[in-house]
Design a protein around this ligand. Sequence first.
Ligand SMILES: [Zn+2]
Length: 281
Amino acid sequence: MRRVALCFCAVLFTSGVLAENLPLSGRMEQGGIVMGTMPQGATVSLDGRTLALSKSGRFVFGLDRDAKPTATLTVRYPDDTVSVEVLSIAKRDWKIERVDGLPQNTVIPDPETVKRIRSEGGMIVAARNRTEPLPFYETGFLLPADGRISGVFGSRRILNGQPRSPHSGLDIAGPTGTPIRATADGVVSLAHDGMVLTGKTIMIDHGFGLDSVYIHMSEIHVEEGQTVRQGDVIGAIGMTGRTNGPHLHFGISWYGVKLDPQTVLAVAPASSGGLGEGALQ
Ligand SMILES: [Zn+2]
């Protein structure tokens, strides 16, 4: 695991005169998150995707679980000079997790259920595709519920004996009714009362492509379009959807790229006062 924090020179670049001056922090690894600051008027892109810059020039990007070993960060400065940096992304090893006792119809669904799962997946994608222009995520992130970590990000999963997609978030097991809090400020982009796989489901848009998701809940206390503050109680732990016991599945994504919530919480914790100017450097 490569930790890149507090020190710009710790970020690995293969070349470039400006590399040592690039103010980046975070973790340059699979499932990681990286934050940075550029002068006002600069444009920044990662592998061709233009990143949103806040008024003070701050930006954020995420790295996929299966990210390739390098990504290209291109910065065009206000004076039109361009810097192209090849970033090295550390590879991670993933666990294998077996989960048994799931409702079989959620593991091998019948055709009607497959249709519902597809349509509900479309709602989640649509919610992710709307992103707030405000950097709500600068509050930093907090663990949304108390409980035992019962599943980690990235694991290869074997559900009722069937190989399935890697685990896309963090599982926190706790009694039904345990309060769930908003991990950061944001706007509720989805509040659904019962999806096949995810049960009672909430998504919060934290701006700049970052979203959090809370699933398998027993109660939902917010509505779509509602602005929430970090720490607000938004619902309660439950066991709705594809689960064999009460827990919260908590996910964080960047434009749909799933990030490791434990990494995000470690590098951008709410207790640091968020990602204000001071916290970045
Ligand atoms: Zn989970």
